[in-house]
Design a protein around this ligand. Structure first.
Ligand SMILES: Nc1ncnc2c1ncn2[C@@H]1O[C@H](COP(=O)(O)OP(=O)(O)OP(=O)(O)O)[C@@H](O)[C@H]1O
Ligand SMILES: CC(C)(CO)[C@@H](O)C(=O)[O-]
Ligand code: BAL
Length: 360
């Protein structure tokens, strides 16, 4: 879906001042006032709204969340906003894929599919695509750990794993989600299990700030070879894409140790994942620089499903979350004409996870 990575944003059809996505009845709302004006009557007539927050560059994972939202809500709002506050200063805010035209076409297509399927309560009513000036009225949000400003922090869960490597990430996510929830006032919000720690942070946010919102988590949509779909996969290029399944393969091996092998101990469960990583590293390094792929493991984790704190033993009545992050390093010796990926193929951080269901 996110095959094009330009920042093109061709004008959507606009009749009587109302902007719509081409070939659809989906409104494009760009200001908080416009969103609120649209929302108000639905609050009064008690029509439910499901919000699917995204950063655009839509793929089948996003579309699956929208389908789930349309099943259960009268209206679906999809937000498309690349939130600067969740990018660290050295991260990829400037090159993050922006594919507005392809996203608009995918949403229009999906909306027609939803209309034809009688089982849905609603369809895609609006895309909310605000500017940063609208979302951060006090000015561009600080991206440093010690930046000052109006932030929502969810700790300790936001400090571990992804939060350790990306120390401003969950502060940025919680802050922008609080804003989106306040603006849209959805009955339900939809998040993907691919970003499992994000789902735990959002559940904490909703519970601790008493927001009258149901958090729905949709399962991870994967490519045929198992790689979790992700907007950032476009950075990989062909060579690294072929090896990018290493993380999922490692997590599957750990899952098998738990499910098939009856392992409960951290070392036994994660050891199975580490073996897959080590074998893959050995295979790749034997290939030589013109063929090989280099990657570094940031973490492999076995954590508590509610707090994301590391477990030394799995309580089979509760299960756990296996997760990991790997950094795919830039291709070492690019070959003539080789597809290196979006933006010249920078280092790409991939994350994935598997939920270990209770075994008793
Ligand atoms: N493969 C997937 N399956 C299910 N949900 C997904 C998948 N990928 C992303 N999502 C969910 O879509 C929502 C929006 O995510 P986002 O726009 O950041 O896409 P992304 O593919 O996760 O991008 P990135 O590569 O930047 O992490 C999040 O709730 C995210 O968890
Ligand atoms: C939830 C989110 C849209 C907030 O910017 C983002 O973190 C994402 O796309 O997962
Ligand atoms: N899907 C999470 C968004 C991010 O990594 O910035």
């Amino acid at each position: 879906m996110a095959s094009r990575c330009s920042s093109s944003s061709s004008p959507s059809s606009s009749r009587g001042g109302l902007e719509k996505l081409p070939s659809s009845s989906i409104r494009v709302l760009r200001t908080i006032e416009a969103l609120r004006r649209w929302r108000r009557p639905h609050l009064l007539d008690q029509r439910s709204v499901g919000l699917v927050p995204t950063m655009g560059a839509l793929h089948e994972g996003h579309l699956a969340l929208i389908r789930a939202a349309a099943r259960a809500n009268h209206h679906v709002v999809v937000s498309v906003y690349v939130n600067p506050a969740q990018f660290g200063v050295r991260e990829d805010l400037a090159s993050y894929p922006v594919t507005w035209d392809a996203d608009a076409a995918a949403l229009a297509r999906l909306d027609r599919e939803l209309a034809d399927d009688g089982l849905n309560l609603g369809r895609i009513s609006a895309v909310f695509a605000p500017t940063t000036a609208a979302m951060y009225p006090a000015g561009f949000p600080g991206q440093e750990v010690d930046s000052r400003g109006s932030f929502v922090t969810i700790t300790p869960v936001g400090e571990v794993l992804e939060g350790k490597t990306r120390p401003t990430f969950f502060r940025g996510v919680a802050t922008v989600c609080m804003k989106l929830f306040n603006i849209v006032q959805p009955e339900r919000v939809y998040f993907g299990q691919k970003d499992v720690q994000q789902t735990v942070v959002i559940k904490r946010l909703v519970e601790d700030f008493m927001l009258p919102i149901e958090v729905v988590v949709g399962s991870t949509t994967r490519a045929e070879d198992g790689l979790a779909l992700s907007s950032r996969n476009v950075y990989l290029g062909e060579r690294r894409r072929a090896a990018a399944t290493v993380l999922y393969s490692a997590l599957r091996a750990a899952e098998e140790a738990y499910k098939g092998g009856g392992a409960r101990d951290r070392a036994a469960v994660l050891g199975a994942a580490e073996r897959v990583v080590d074998e893959t590293l050995a295979e790749q390094s034997a290939l030589g620089p013109e063929k090989r792929v280099r990657f570094e493991v940031d973490y492999l984790s076995l954590a508590d499903p509610d707090t994301m704190e590391e477990l030394s033993v799995i309580d089979p009545a509760r299960g756990g979350i296996l997760s990991g992050a790997v950094k795919m390093l830039p291709v070492e010796a690019p070959q003539e004409g080789e597809d290196l990926g979006h933006s010249g193929g920078p280092a790409v951080r991939l994350i994935d996870n598997i939920i270990l269901q209770p075994a008793e």
